[in-house]
Design a protein around this ligand. Structure first.
Ligand SMILES: C[S@@+](CC[C@H](N)C(=O)[O-])C[C@H]1O[C@@H](n2cnc3c(N)ncnc32)[C@H](O)[C@@H]1O
Length: 442
């Protein structure tokens, strides 16, 4: 199979079957053992087409009267990939983009599909000048949406909340390709030594600013080339997410409940910071996800992690007042980390935002019952949606005078007034994140 064919299959699976792009891309890279050049071409094709999906679909809608959802998914994936090569990859000759796409349509579709693909792509080249995105003044919502690749309803929401200028900055941030961030496993190595090892492998690695364990990999190599992951010297975890364990601030002999824990990024971090006598229960509602926690703990050399199959909405009944610290890293809309989730950004719906706060409220309410008198409760999300953040915590504190808020910023190197940590990409040039720390009275 050639690289375009493999990229077409990946894009089809991601779009048609709602596959996770990061999982599909990394499994495909492992399966085909690409050369460096092919790996770059493959990832550029898949991630590029996905990132530009709404722009590519906007072009398709101008070239054809057929509604997008009426197009055969195979045909749609081939056209999207072809258009991305024409409009997004200057090094690919237009003729190659057309010819290779027609070959794919002949092979995986039929003659009629091949004819349609050919007409669409050649017309797109002929009419290239006509696909000018409306200016910011003419149509701010469509301009921002097509230029920076976000859904229009989200752009609308942000313009309403932050104003036009900040929405542009926010969407520009989300449109960047993120550097890979690692968390040093301080049980095995310190950060400076790990940076040295990476540099010796020819990888540009730099220390993060806010988390003492964070390392950024600037020129993203194939993840398998790193080796340091298999050896358990590090784990992939974004810097804002690394702050949470510091705000939890585990102590030796603590019992910690991380009630929404899979795949275990924060569980394993808390376990490493707390030391071997600090026992960390990593709870999740999905059995298959517990294996991820277990695998990560094993790889990192931690024997104080206990995976726990448990619904966080009912955990309080089973473990009332048992824990010194409870972390609720709630399921959320993920609106702070859209740089990383280039497929999820197209799947978000307004109804997600409406339904999540009730679940978050229920989880926080129930998990808080596990906190011992004098214990600590932490609530975190990777969203910038206020309804899932400060509003949830403030409502909880109103109903629970036995808990009082502490200054989360005091536990890490974040220069905010507190008491919450709220990272906003348009202001902080970091992924959006929220952390609140509460203490239960004695
Ligand atoms: C934001 S992710 C957690 C990420 C994790 N803390 C980490 O750092 O790797 C939320 C997790 O909550 C789990 N979850 C969702 N609803 C849950 C529930 N009712 N009880 C327990 N876990 C739940 C999901 O399966 C998901 O793994």
């Amino acid at each position: 199979m050639n690289v375009r064919e493999i990229a077409f299959h990946s894009l089809l699976t991601i779009c048609k079957d709602d596959g996770y792009s990061n999982i599909i891309v990394s499994q495909t890279i492992q399966k085909y053992k690409f050369t460096d050049r092919d790996r770059r071409f493959y990832t550029e094709l898949v991630y590029g087409a996905l990132r530009n999906l709404n722009y590519l679909d906007w072009i398709i809608s101008q070239l054809s009267t057929r509604k997008l959802n009426k197009l055969d998914p195979v045909c749609l994936a081939i056209i999207r990939l072809g258009l991305y090569q024409i409009f997004g990859m200057t090094k690919v000759p237009e003729s190659a983009a057309c010819n290779e796409s027609v070959k794919l349509a002949t092979h995986f579709g039929n003659k009629g599909m091949a004819k349609f693909v050919n007409a669409m792509l050649r017309n797109s080249i002929r009419h290239q000048q006509e696909f000018t995105i409306p200016s910011l003044e003419e149509n701010p919502r469509l301009h921002i949406s097509l230029t920076y690749h976000q859904q229009e309803w989200l752009v609308d929401k942000w313009i309403h909340e932050y104003g036009q200028e900040d929405t542009v900055t926010l969407c520009q941030y989300f449109d960047q390709i993120p550097d890979l961030c690692l968390r040093t496993n301080t049980l095995k190595i310190n950060r400076a030594d790990l940076i040295k090892i990476l540099s010796q492998k020819g990888i540009t690695a730099e220390a993060g600013i806010y988390s003492p364990e964070a390392i950024y990999i600037r020129d993203m190599p194939g993840i398998d080339h790193l080796g340091v992951l298999e050896q358990g010297l590090a784990i992939i975890q974004d810097e804002p997410s690394q702050l949470v364990a510091h705000v939890v601030d585990p102590h030796p002999h603590d019992m910690v409940f991380d009630v929404c824990a899979a795949p275990g990024g924060k569980t394993t971090h808390i376990a490493a910071l707390g030391g071997s006598s600090c026992i960390v229960y990593g709870g999740d509602i999905y059995d298959h996800k517990l294996k991820l926690i277990e695998g990560n703990a094993k790889r990192l050399g931690l024997d104080n992690v206990r995976p726990l199959l448990q619904n966080a909405c009912t955990i309080g009944q089973s473990y009332a007042e048992k824990a010194d610290r409870v972390l609720v890293d709630a399921p959320c809309s993920g609106l702070g980390v859209l740089r990383h989730k280039i497929d999820l950004r197209w799947r978000k719906t307004p109804s997600d935002l409406r339904t999540l706060p009730a679940l978050q409220h229920r989880i926080l309410e129930n998990a808080s019952q596990c906190v011992k008198p004098g214990g600590i409760l932490i609530y975190s999300t990777c969203t910038i949606n206020n309804d899932e953040n400060a509003k949830i915590v403030n409502a909880f504190l109103r109903d629970h005078p036995e808990f009082y808020i502490e200054n989360a910023c005091a536990y890490c190197n974040i220069a905010q007034n507190g008491p919450f940590i709220q990272l906003l990409p348009q202001r902080d040039q970091m992924d959006g994140f929220f952390i609140a720390r509460m203490k239960k009275g004695e």
